[in-house]
Unconditional design. Sequence first.
Length: 205
Amino acid sequence: MIQVRDKGLLDYEPCWQSMIDFTKARDENTNDELWVLEHKSVLTQGLTGKAEHLLANSEIPLIHSDRGGQITYHGPGQLIVYCLIDIKRLGIGVKQMVALIEQSIIDFLKDYKINAERKKGAPGVYVNGAKIAALGLKVKQGKTYHGLSLNIDMDLDPFRLINPCGYPNLAVTQMKDLTDNTLFFDTIKIQLTRHLIDHVTRDRN
């Protein structure tokens, strides 16, 4: 069973600590959870992140996180789904979990007639070469936390402060600019988490 929890708009650091606490406290019988939320404006840098990928200073805080990957931006209008999943119990590895998340996003975007794809060696989801979704996971004792960010209807300007996910000149896009559909954030939360649960359930069976 996977529980979906809507967390609203949160500061990054308290949410990060809550994920750590949840992961430490869970046992083999703890249900997996998906946390859906938005973050207040923040830049986060992964464990292997390089300072050179921050191109300019700003008032947006930079937080060094324990997730994988380089630097990215989070802000209102971007959907975050944190995946607190026991992949050891599922019998899958982290690479398969990343592929599962990517495919869930690709399948979801098809519902809006947006053709998205993976890019070899660059985790995330892309539309015509521009990044629409970023991924970063942390695994502790076979359990993941952190997850994905999907650009829906947000201010993309802060991405100019960085090399997104460590790639110079990488274009960034969002759903608002790719579809004529009306975008209801609460509906998107339900749709995307259904795709994620469907993929996780199929892998489990």
